[in-house]
Design a protein around this ligand. Structure first.
Ligand code: PEP
Ligand code: MG
Length: 917
């Protein structure tokens, strides 16, 4: 590198895929615009849409947009506007003057300007704005002579304070203090009570404030004012507020903001003036009703500032408490008619609900902004479905418009948005929903109180499989430790129960019978509320509202099912969960974790006897007790899933998880086994492992205690035969967990086939023999998938363990430091939430390819938590998986994500086929 080039500043980046051009200033006005709606990257959202509205023939005050590229150049050049940009600005300014028939700085007919920021993505209130620019000591007199003098001096004092604050760095407080002092002097409360003379006096004081703080007079040359304001708006892209907002919303700093300079129109020049905001449809419900508010004789800021109560725009959305308020429809019928014509045109043009801003100046309507309106999920679904029916968009577009993750809000009860919240602390939003109940600290207590009809929230440092019954009985679960794949989170999602996990502020004090959140105490038995969508823990009972799932939601899901190729199954362990999942559209069970059944109170003793047995005969005796119980579990599940496949996974967790820790449990097992407590304790100790997740679990149990798996296979086969004889269409699939080596699967498959044969040998004709497959959840299994596939009828990727084992990240503890990894940008997401496509994803893809090399029609799915994450679902669709399996409440989320994946794939292949121009 030569010293010369080394000194040069790096050229600002152009938006990827866009060519850099030399044009920096884009004019709009009089039906002509240099820009278009598609140019958001260059002109920002506001600028692009102003240009588009002008081209559509909609009345917009003339103006121009200085591009985002100019912002990047300005900041790179140390805050200097190039002379080329300045020349273009002056040329465009002359066009505005001509269009508005006013002169910039003219003392009799002054043109006033607004100077506003406008980035590619909306960043509400983060950057700066200057209004009424162009006023000075002379032009204010001109304005006062043509209009109401009160209006003229009020506008000038607003301008001095705004410009002083934004451009000259004079604190707004200094101006406000003067205003308050004057009001005190006059003994009045409202600004509106001040007279023209009062404002005039305040103008003099404000000018003095500027001189005091800056040591210079307030700039009187409108051009100096303009350059100052443009520079301030560009600089505001780099202010702390904007930077934080960008960080939170993943907005890159190289985007820059555009500046929109536009002729001012006034809604505060008298009673034939007004200003307002509106949505083309109801943003809360999605109803096709024009919805908005306005204020007569006011400026835009006043509507949102809440100083005066705005009036409804039309009779159709006038609430019962607003019956006394006149509407725009009644007060200014001609302007209202224009507004209706324009909103309809905008919605047709943009093919989406719009959020619009307008001003009426002496009866003439001006549009100041249009953009895609923010809405609730419920409204989003209704609007998308309605618009598809109106043929404004296609069904595929309707599918694409809904964020699958947001559907969660529709499926679970939610807190009444109008209710008050007393937030005690925040944890991870582990399982969505809204739960309210009295605090309990133990699972047994939760169950007992729930049986007595009390609504409870189970609060634990963390949960274990022993807490299942309490979790089931509770309305919601709160834990102090654990991440999104912690036991509490996984089980709660499976149950469709609200769960806030990993709430760091939570301290549990069982001695005192209370929980604490940084000094705030809640006693056992007192109510709290959990918001599983925001992770908030609140004091008291916050009222909830129940969702309705028919109507547009059902319709949208029907369309999604027609489009998608990827099947969606559910992870369910009970007939109840299976039924819920079916209602949500599950097409089978992809993972039934049999260990959850082992924790039922009426069978845990037999399970413990089985584990602690001293020989095979003793173990078999315990297994014989378990067999009929397991069989009845499977009968219930097969019946609930009549006609659909059910994948049942054989026992997976390390055995010591089932063993008692307390004396009472130990005494009970010792008695059942005819031995003493010391013997049981010694056995429990002997089963302890340093790394249980890498230890004696999964198929390793089946290898070392073959009788356990044989009992389970027999229970599955007998249950299948039994329900089939009653006419239930059953498709059982037996799944072997944690296989690493083909020999494990080969041997376990042979043993399973023997058991199946015993059950079906006398029933040759029956077609319900289970198939046998394996989980792929160890890296070695994915690498050796070609060998393993020789003995597997199907693969199911266990991405929880596969992520844990491949990344070397503990699924239970990684939450402690993953946050730092994400905050510092080492990782852009938690790999336990969304599949790490370049690492774990590559391994999955390799496993699929290798498996299908041996068995071309190998059925492949995933059943880790990722099966309900939209981004991961799309990845699974792209790499050709047959199905994903997720917790019941995520089934609709996965169905929609799978449909979006199909729509995206179709669009990609259309693009690939399109001739290159
Ligand atoms: C997995 O590991 O992804 C899986 C589904 O099994 P579990 O979560 O029960 O270990
Ligand atoms: Mg696993």
């Amino acid at each position: 590198m030569t010293p010369k080039t080394a000194k040069k500043k790096a050229a600002p980046k152009a938006a990827p895929g866009t060519a850099r051009s030399h044009k920096r200033v884009y004019y709009f006005g009089d039906g002509k615009a240099d820009g278009r709606a598609e140019m958001k990257a260059l002109l920002g959202g506001k600028g692009a849409n102003l240009a588009e509205m002008v081209s559509l023939g909609i009345p917009v005050p003339a103006g121009f947009t200085i591009s985002t590229e100019a912002c990047t150049e300005f900041n790179a050049a140390g805050g200097k506007l190039s002379s080329a940009v300045k020349a273009d600005v002056l040329r465009s300014l002359a066009r505005i003057e001509k269009s508005m028939k006013r002169g910039f700085g003219d003392s009799s007919h002054p043109l006033l300007l607004s100077v506003r920021s406008g980035a590619r993505a909306s960043m509400p209130g983060m950057m700066d704005t200057v209004l009424n620019l162009g006023l000075n000591d002379k032009s204010v007199e001109g304005l006062a002579s043509q209009a109401d003098p009160r209006f003229a001096y009020d506008s000038y004092r607003r301008f001095i304070s705004m410009y002083g604050d934004v451009v000259l760095g004079v604190h707004m407080e200094s101006f406000k203090n003067r205003l308050e002092a004057l009001k005190d002097e006059r003994a009045i409360d409202l600004d509106t009570e001040l007279t023209a003379e009062d404002w005039k006096e305040l103008v003099r004081e404000y000018l003095e404030v500027v001189r005091e703080h800056t040591g210079k007079p307030f700039p009187q040359d409108p051009h100096d004012q303009l350059w100052g304001a443009i520079a301030a708006v560009f600089r505001s892209w780099e202010n702390d507020r904007a930077k934080t907002y960008r960080k939170l919303n993943n907005i890159p700093s190289w985007w820059g903001t555009a500046v929109n300079v536009q002729a001012m129109v006034f809604g505060n020049k008298g009673d034939d003036c007004a200003t307002g905001v509106a949505f083309t449809r109801n943003p809360a419900t999605g109803e096709r009703v024009f919805y908005g508010e306005y204020l007569k004789n006011a400026q835009g800021e006043d509507v949102v500032a809440g100083i005066r109560t705005p009036q409804p725009i039309n009779k159709a959305n006038r609430g019962s408490d607003q019956a006394h308020l006149p509407t725009l429809e009644e007060e200014m019928p001609a302007a209202f008619r224009d507004l209706v014509r324009i909103y309809k045109k905008l919605e047709q043009h943009y093919r989406d609900m719009q959020d619009i801003e307008f001003t009426i100046e002496h009866g003439k309507l001006w549009m100041l902004q249009t953009r895609t309106g923010k809405r609730t999920v419920r409204a989003a679904v209704k609007i998308a479905v309605d618009m598809a029916k109106e043929r404004l968009i296609t069904k595929e577009e309707a599918i694409e418009r809904i964020d699958p993750k947001a559907l969660d809000q529709l499926l679970h009860p939610t807190f009444d948005p109008k209710a008050k919240r007393d937030v005690l602390a925040r944890g991870l939003s582990a399982s969505p929903g809204a739960a309210t109940g009295n605090v309990v600290l133990h699972a047994d207590e939760a169950e007992a109180r729930a049986k007595a009809g009390e609504k409870v929230i189970l609060v634990r440092a963390e949960t274990s499989p022993e807490d299942i019954h309490g979790m089931n009985a509770a309305q919601g679960i709160l834990t102090g430790r654990g991440g999104l794949t912690s036991h509490a989170a996984v089980v709660a999602r499976g149950m469709g129960k609200c769960c806030v996990a990993g709430c760091g502020a939570l301290r549990i004090d069982p001695e005192k019978g209370e929980i604490q959140f940084e000094g705030q105490v809640v006693k056992v038995g007192e109510p709290i509320s959990l918001d599983g969508t925001t992770g908030e823990v609140m004091r008291g009972r916050v009222p909830t509202v129940t969702p309705e799932l028919g109507g547009e939601f059902a319709e949208l899901m029907k369309w999604a099912d027609v489009v998608r190729k990827l099947r969606v199954r559910t992870n369910a362990d009970t007939p109840h969960d299976a039924e819920i999942a079916r209602q949500f559209g599950a097409e089978g069970i992809g993972l039934c974790r049999t260990e959850h059944m082992f924790f039922e109170p009426n069978r845990i003793l037999a399970v413990r006897e089985m584990i602690l047995a001293s020989d095979t005969a003793e173990r078999q005796k315990a297994l014989d007790k378990l067999l009929p119980m397991q069989r009845s579990d499977f009968v219930g599940i097969f019946q609930a899933m009549d006609g659909l496949p059910v994948t049942i996974r054989l026992l997976d967790p390390p055995l010591h998880e089932f063993l008692p820790q307390e004396d009472e449990g130990i005494r009970e097992v010792a008695k059942a086994l005819g031995t003493d407590m010391a013997h049981v304790r010694a056995k429990i100790d002997s089963l302890r492992e340093f790394n249980p997740m890498l230890g004696h679990r999964g198929c390793r149990l089946g290898i070392t205690f073959p009788e356990i798996y044989r009992m389970q296979v027999r229970a599955i086969s007998e249950a299948a035969r039994q329900v089939a004889e009653k006419g239930v269409k059953v498709h059982p699939e037996i799944m072997i967990p944690l296989v690493a080596h083909v020999e494990e699967l080969k041997r376990l498959r042979a043993a399973a086939e023997e058991e199946i044969e015993k059950v079906f040998s006398k029933h040759k004709g029956t077609k319900v023999r289970p198939t046998i497959g394996t989980m792929i959840e160890l890296p070695r299994a994915a690498l050796c998938a070609d060998h393993i596939a020789a003995y597997a009828d199907f693969f199911s990727f266990g991405t929880n363990d596969l992520t844990q084992m491949t990344y070397g990240l503990s699924r239970d503890d990684a939450g402690r430091f993953l946050d730092v990894y994400i905050e510092t940008g080492i990782l852009d997401h938690d790999p336990f939430v969304s599949i790490d496509e370049e690492g774990i994803g590559a391994l999955i893809q390799m496993g699929v390819e290798r498996g299908r090399k041996t068995r071309p029609h190998l059925k492949v799915g995933i059943c880790g938590e990722h099966g309900g994450d939209p981004k991961s679902v799309k990845f699974c669709a792209r790499i050709g998986l047959d199905y994903v399996s997720c917790s019941p409440y995520r089934v609709p989320v996965a169905r929609l994500a799978a449909a979006q994946a199909a729509v995206e794939a179709k669009a990609a292949s259309r693009r690939a086929r399109a001739p290159r121009s």
